[in-house]
Design a protein around this ligand. Structure first.
Ligand SMILES: [Zn+2]
Length: 244
């Protein structure tokens, strides 16, 4: 039986995640993904390197104050919004990987105030909806960023036990117990949001949810993007095969 992954394997998995997230349209120019190596050690993609060509050696390790292990030239933080990651890890002991990205459709759905309806399989996974973190200064880009721990704590409280959160007019935060889980969950979320935008564009009023479907969702504990670990692992393998 294989033992727990070593640091090098984790780095390589994180690199694959970055490439898949870019190629499937979840990640773009900015954003970051991290992995919890320990209570005070977090592996993170630095902002200066792009999602597609970064290597395992480009990843950096930060502590829970955003300090970089081994230091960094000029003392620049590897990513200004590092508190997003630390905030989620401190609030959620079940989480080992966190993504912050700006997928357009997920962000737009929240900005337009469109509610998720279980109209497709992907939307069914997000049947309980996706919490939205908003604050009065969200509209100003500079302030929309989560650069302090008090702000990150507030955001993590809104995330609660959910697999994902939308930062209003800004992007998403996705958390899971594996790197693959984060990729699969964000992939499903963006597809769900795309379907919901198409549904809203038809101009039809928000449909009534079939009572049978409501009941099925209430009793099906696997009706989430991360319901069954073996299925998540299988889907992560598929996404790697499709996009790498
Ligand atoms: Zn951002």
């Amino acid at each position: 039986m294989p033992g727990p992954p070593n640091e090098q394997q984790i780095k390589e998995d994180l690199v694959k995640a970055c490439k898949v997230l870019f190629k499937c349209g979840v990640a773009d120019l900015t954003g970051h993904i991290s992995y919890k190596l320990g209570d005070n050690r977090f592996l993170i993609k630095p902002r200066a390197v792009n999602w597609l060509t970064l290597t395992a050696d480009d990843l950096v390790v930060i502590d829970s104050n955003g300090g970089v292990e081994g230091g960094v030239a000029g003392g620049e933080p590897p990513e200004i919004e590092w508190p997003i990651h630390v905030g989620v890890y401190q609030a959620r002991k079940d989480v080992t990987s966190v993504l912050h990205a700006h997928p357009p459709d997920s962000t737009l759905v929240a900005g337009l105030g469109i509610k998720f309806e279980p109209l497709t399989r992907e939307l069914y996974f997000y049947g309980d909806g996706v919490p939205v973190y908003r604050s009065i200064d969200n509209l100003v880009h500079e302030n929309a960023q989560i650069k302090t721990m008090p702000r990150a704590k507030e955001m993590a409280a809104v995330l609660g036990q959910n697999p994902a959160l939308i930062l209003l007019y800004h992007g998403t935060v996705v958390a899971a117990d594996t790197i693959g889980g984060v990729v699969v969950s964000s992939y499903i979320l963006e597809r769900a949001a795309s379907s919901m935008l198409k549904a809203a564009a038809t101009g039809k009023p928000s449909p009534m949810v079939d009572p049978m479907l409501q009941e099925a969702m209430a009793t099906n504990s696997n009706a989430t993007p991360l319901g069954l670990p073996n299925v998540v692992a299988e889907r992560w393998e598929m996404l790697k095969a499709y996009y790498l």
